[in-house]
Write a protein that binds this ligand. Structure first.
Ligand code: GRF
Length: 212
């Protein structure tokens, strides 16, 4: 992974947010930034891997530039990854936030942005990585689960952990009910983490993320 230490920007930290779905995490960031002039970050663009999603509508309503980069429009995964990296590079982000972005970022993307890409995952990593973190925790019979905000490396949900929050599993939970409760906590955690990284900087020492 490239840089282990973040710059300490004198201007608001530039964020590109990547989404694939409803975009409630994006909305939480938009709301927090709008509510607090001292938040320390601004969203400069929102990207998606598909059209017609609420996440893009939220960005458009907020007056933000958006872009869509679909795998099927490219020859292969590597070409898609390069196109996504190019699109994001155009906005010169300090941090890239994968907020419900349902694709694995590839080699070119991480070469450019490694150490500056954060992801939010709806389980307590390293337990239950992958697409079905909520379903898998439920099926396993876990009594607590939660969410993890972490830096992205070249594995699936394996990068250095920045912060986690715990959510209790209830007897009556199905996947949807549990995911909704996790998402309430997840939105708060993501906002808190992005704000702290933007304002205070951070460094990554091996697997440890240190936010001063
Ligand atoms: C979040 O729970 C995220 O962790 C998961 O998908 C959900 C996205 O929610 N990968 P939203 O699109 O931000 O509402």
């Amino acid at each position: 992974m490239a840089p282990a230490e973040s710059p300490q920007p004198a201007r608001p930290c530039r964020l590109v947010v990547l989404v694939s779905g409803s975009g409630t995490n994006l909305q939480a960031l938009l709301d927090a930034i709008a509510a607090d002039p001292g938040f320390g970050a601004s969203i400069v663009a929102v990207g998606a891997d598909r059209d017609g999603i609420a996440g893009l509508e939220r960005a458009e309503r907020a007056g933000l530039p958006t872009f869509v980069c679909r795998v099927k429009d490219h020859e292969d995964r590597a070409a898609w990854d390069l196109a996504l990296a190019e699109a994001v590079t155009g906005y010169q982000p300090d941090l890239v936030v994968s907020a419900g972005f349902m694709k694995i970022l590839g080699k070119e993307f991480l070469t450019r942005f490694g150490g500056r890409v954060i992801n939010t995952h709806p389980a307590l990593l390293p337990s239950f990585p992958g697409t079905h973190g909520v379903r898998d925790a439920l099926a396993y019979g876990a009594k607590v689960t939660g969410c993890t905000v972490h830096f992205v490396d070249d594995g699936v949900d394996t990068g250095p952990i920045i912060a986690q929050s715990v959510v209790e599993v209830r007897n009556e939970d199905d996947e949807n009910a549990l995911h909704e409760r996790i998402k309430e906590v997840e939105r708060r955690l993501l906002v808190e983490v992005v704000g702290r990284l933007a304002r205070d900087g951070y460094r990554i020492e091996g697997r440890k993320v240190i936010v001063p």
